[in-house]
Design a protein around this ligand. Sequence first.
Ligand code: NI
Length: 405
Amino acid sequence: MTFTVPAIETPNTLQIRLEIRALQAQLVEWRRQLHQRPELAFKEQITAQFIAQKLQEWGIEHQTEIAKTGIVAIIKGDRPGKVLAIRADMDALPIQEANEVPYRSQHDGIMHACGHDGHVAIALGTAYYLSQHRHTFNGTVKIIFQPAEEGPGGAKPMIEAGVLKNPDVDAIIGLHLWNNLSLGQIGVRSGPLMAAVESFHCTINGRGGHGAMPHQTVDSILISAQIVNALQAIVARNVNPLDAAVVTVGELHAGTANNVIADSAWMSGTVRYFNPQLEDFIGERCDRIIAGICSSHGATYNLDYWQLYPATVNDPKIAEFVRSVALEVVETPLGVVPECQTMGGEDMSFFLKEVPGCYFFVGAANPAKNLAYPHHHPNFDFDETALGIGVEMFARCVERFSEIS
Ligand code: NI
């Protein structure tokens, strides 16, 4: 199916850019204030106060304390129309910031190392711009400030609290500032963008004993080694090679001395995939493989397996719409990058399971300014020029949303 949205060349398209550029210094200031006071999942109190105070100041209708620290702002255009939601996550990570910048984190051991401070600044900038330009769009915009994206996940409780209802949301968009793309690039993709995230813990119970008398024992380390190897066969031999998937054992702990056979071993891992049809499949395969190997050695096991976030899957029609908006913003077709899939996970996925929408990446890396560290790195930072690009993307999406039927 192809769906094209004609680009509208009016003086207004340039006007949006000029007005948003005028906001740039404000966006940077808000982002830096938030960066200095990062907060972990469901503890985003200062962040929520900061947001609510701005919304209050600008006379924007909003509701606070949704799923603990979440906020929803509502901005109505001058004419009736559909409801578009914009989602921004608010939380930081348990990382000690290594950057020596004037706006470095003042909270010990906590850092905005993923750019969610920028997401809040962009959403605030969008809210402010739209509240001043209600004549430029139809319908209603709901701006969802969501806690706890880094886990355990704030999207699901916000949906359960009804943020997609009353008025009912027709579509949702969201963005991530992205250091895997350069400043000036925008990553937009139809279909799966980010992976489903599952994780597991497993204890192998053998029978310990003397390292020189293995025949008297059930060696939990030998069994664990076989399990780690065999789990790789799930991706290699059970998943369709055209479907990308990952099974990673990230931790394996066992043993106390060189001459002791360990009584038990403990491992943990993460599983990623894009195809929603693999939901339940990989977890079941893990269980069968672990059960088979343990039983062949006379060991027992305890497997805890969690499905955390589903895959983040973009609606083709909304993705095409966002792509056409991105083309206006970056002004060069080469700047809009469809090859931007990642095995990282996102709880934006829960919103996209409820309503059609599109999650996209705004390139934020600038190696010339040493702003290209990966996300979740203690030196992570991004080129703040991307903040204005984010606002421009959202504002143009809102103003053109009524074109989608
Ligand atoms: Ni993030």
